[in-house]
Design a protein around this ligand. Structure first.
Ligand SMILES: [Zn+2]
Length: 229
């Protein structure tokens, strides 16, 4: 029996409830059709935020109510099903790709923070996406080697400094077989986190890099000004 089949049996026994209104969704979707239509979707035809030159960046939802509450529940409320549900919403909001990525890589958490939180929300979002699309989840290709303060609340320049030396690649042999890597995170703001990771992967010879995040919030105007300096 495949895990997908097990999920269907479990869904029949314990109907999936909408993360937002609590009604049974009728299938494995995390949000009922009514709530799904009300979500602040970003049109996938829009050019994504150009935060990293040469890297295709796309975000599914605007980081506003109720998406901000879902992210907070996943991140700080230790709500694993909410994190997976955000991954399913990411899958629903993104167009199909002509060529699947060779590896879907979640932005890693430092092991100590992951132990505190119980899981890495970016990894669970990536898992929801990969379950939906049938893509390979590879959380073993990089890790966060230095604990860093939360990015939120820091200005753009501080965000970049905060991440210097924070990540390291592991498993270079597996990486050599990855032509196209898709990085996944929960929220994109200045792009400092994914830019730091992208730099490592591109320097290691990865030819194509894409970034998908569940939500996007533009940085405050003063941070945009700081980024241009
Ligand atoms: Zn609902």
């Amino acid at each position: 029996m495949t895990w997908k089949r097990v999920d269907q049996v479990l869904a029949a026994l314990f109907p999936v409830r909408c993360l937002l209104c609590g009604q049974a969704t009728g299938d494995l979707a995390p949000v009922c059709p009514g709530c799904r239509g009300d979500l602040p979707w970003i049109d996938p035809r829009n050019p994504g935020p150009g935060v990293i030159p040469g890297v295709h960046v796309r975000c599914a939802l605007r980081y506003e109510y109720p998406v901000d509450r879902l992210v907070a529940a996943a991140k700080f409320g230790r709500q694993l099903p909410v994190a997976r549900g955000l991954g399913q919403l990411l899958a629903a909001g993104m167009p199909p790709l002509a060529e699947p990525p060779d590896a879907v890589v979640p932005v890693p958490l430092h092991w100590r923070r992951e132990a505190d939180r119980g899981f890495n929300q970016a990894e669970e979002i990536a898992r929801g996406l990969c379950d939906d699309r049938g893509w390979p989840l590879r959380a073993d290709l990089c890790r966060r080697v230095r604990p860093t303060p939360e990015q939120s609340g820091l200005g753009a320049a501080h965000r970049r400094q905060n991440l210097e030396g924070a990540f390291a690649l592991v498993n270079p042999r597996a990486l050599a077989r990855c032509g196209h890597i898709l990085l996944v995170d929960d929220v994109l703001t200045t792009g400092a986190t994914v830019a730091a990771l992208s730099g490592l992967f591109l320097a290691a010879g990865v030819q194509q890099l894409s970034v998908w995040t569940a939500a996007y919030t533009p940085p405050p105007a003063d941070q945009v000004a700081a980024r241009k300096v």
